[in-house]
Design a protein around this ligand. Structure first.
Ligand code: F6P
Length: 359
């Protein structure tokens, strides 16, 4: 008999359901009938803290491979607040342990990003059996080449840039597409290249607005009627990158523009006189059906997680490295951020094709 708990935590993304399906199918296909019990916790760690769960059956995992979102619901429960009692004085970590033991779980399978992973590691340190599956459209989880949700989001952001291309070619304008990705530039880099953006601005390569404008002018002089910029929501100027965390926070509070793209747009418009338009696809990047790549990835990660559970091996993230699923000890990866290296081959190759990074 195996009893497992499932929870999806943090911002949602495509293929969360596909990943849970992979785990459950991997277990149920390899255990005798009635030898598997699955409990789904609602809204991430919240459900585990407050004992909000339901028993799930094979039926719950049928037909969800292609379904976006999460059948369990999700919420953000910041890691730094986990040791802080709730408003009624409840010790959250103790409460999570109590619910785990009450259900006599063999393992908790936790799907989420960086913050989620840190709490998963905390629960491991507290003696619970956990397995983490790396979810995020940001692809910023250390120890795995790819996170699920990323490729689906690349498709959507690319489509947004594609659509901008057709309207851009009808107007002499500069267009900015602001892409999600939190503090890293993976999504913008991939969607920018795939969508044929002329300028790509990512947090790992702080930009110089004069270089950005020089790249636009170069295109204009070459007779190109428009320029498309893919700008990461976390993009930062060289000037701001030099500030301390505290000073930057203060500066951001005083900024007139809600997002970096509007600030860049205003600077371009002022210095070139060219009309600039900003498009923010926002949360559409996390929505809709998972792409085939993510369906395959999550089915593989789910099956690999099931194998660990069947072997009673816990305390791992299941990632994918060089095309192979891999168990990675949680203590080795928790708290680490995978960023784009400015010297990465992909960046150099993008530059070779004439894409400007504004540096
Ligand atoms: O981590 C995924 C992500 O979509 C980031 O790219 C983005 O910065 C953030 O979540 C948005 O969070 P929320 O859904 O809480 O607005």
């Amino acid at each position: 008999m195996k009893r497992i708990g499932l929870l999806t935590s943090g911002g949602d993304c495509q293929a969360l359901n596909a990943a849970m399906r992979g785990v459950v199918k991997g277990l149920s296909s390899n255990l005798p009938e009635n030898e598997l019990e699955v409990y789904g916790f609602s809204n991430g760690y919240k459900g585990l803290i407050y004992g909000d769960y339901r028993m799930l059956t094979a039926k719950d995992f049928s037909g969800i491979l292609t379904k976006g979102g999460t059948i369990l619901g999700s919420s953000r429960q910041p890691f730094k607040m986990m040791r802080v009692p709730d408003e009624k004085g409840l010790d959250k970590v103790e409460a999570m342990k109590q619910n785990y033991y009450k259900l006599r779980l063999d393992c908790l399978v936790i799907l989420g990003g960086n913050g989620t992973q840190k709490t998963a590691n905390l629960l491991r340190e507290e003696g619970l059996n956990v397995i983490h599956l790396p979810k995020t459209i940001d692809n910023d989880i250390w120890g795995t080449d790819m996170t699920f949700g990323f490729q689906s989001a690349v498709n959507i952001a690319t489509e947004a840039i594609d659509c901008i291309h057709t309207t851009a070619s009808s107007h002499n304008r500069v267009f900015i597409v602001e892409v999600m990705g939190h503090k890293v530039g993976w999504l913008t880099l991939h969607a920018g290249i795939a969508g044929g953006a002329d300028i790509i601005l990512i947090p790992e390569i702080p930009y110089d607005i004069d270089k950005v404008i020089a790249a636009i002018n170069k295109r204009t002089q070459a007779g190109k009627g428009f320029t498309i910029l893919a700008v990461a929501e976390g993009a930062i100027s060289k000037e701001d990158a030099k500030l301390s965390k505290k000073d930057l926070k203060e500066k951001l509070k005083k900024k007139a523009h809600p997002a970096v793209s509007y600030e860049i747009a205003a600077a371009i418009q002022e210095k070139t006189g060219i009309e600039v338009r900003v498009t923010v696809p926002g949360h559409t990047q996390r929505g809709g059906s998972p792409c085939p790549y993510d369906r395959v990835l999550t089915t593989r990660l789910g099956a690999a997680a099931a194998k660990l559970i069947l072997n009673d091996e816990y305390g791992y993230m299941v990632g994918i490295v060089n095309g192979k699923t891999k168990k990675v000890p949680l203590e080795e990866v928790a708290g680490k951020l995978k960023m784009v290296s400015p010297d990465a081959q992909i960046v150099k190759e993008a530059k070779m094709t004439g894409i400007s990074f504004g540096d």
